[in-house]
Write a protein that binds this ligand. Structure first.
Ligand SMILES: [Zn+2]
Length: 113
């Protein structure tokens, strides 16, 4: 259902692997906190000192990873209307488009690739 609703609204659904350490990665410096327990709802990064709410940190990491997958594995440019559609600038809910979609003018006609 999420997949078809994303397509309906022109968005992409990215499924992140279940073993991606979204809770254990510091969203500020990428340090991996291997000793983080499920009962640790907040933690402080030993490398950069950032204090994390477990769920918010995981959400940030999943957002970044999802956009990396779109950009690097699916060749999608993320468009942010508030920045005039500058590639790489985005926010949650931004619309995206494939990078490979280009128009080529050929003998007076326009074709989408
Ligand atoms: Zn850190």
């Amino acid at each position: 259902m999420v997949d078809y609703k994303c397509k309906w609204h022109g968005n992409h659904l990215v499924k992140i692997g279940r073993f991606y350490p979204s809770s254990k990665l510091c969203s500020n410096c990428d340090h991996k906190h291997v000793d983080l327990k499920i009962s640790d709802r907040e933690w402080t990064c030993p490398d950069c000192g950032t204090r994390h709410d477990r769920n918010k940190n995981a959400a940030t990491n999943l957002n970044v990873e999802g956009k990396r997958v779109l950009r690097e594995e699916r060749n999608v440019t993320i468009i942010n209307p508030s920045t005039g559609g500058a590639p790489g600038c985005h926010a949650p809910g931004d619309r995206v488009r494939p990078v490979t979609t280009r128009a080529v003018v050929d003998e007076g006609r326009t074709h989408a690739l």
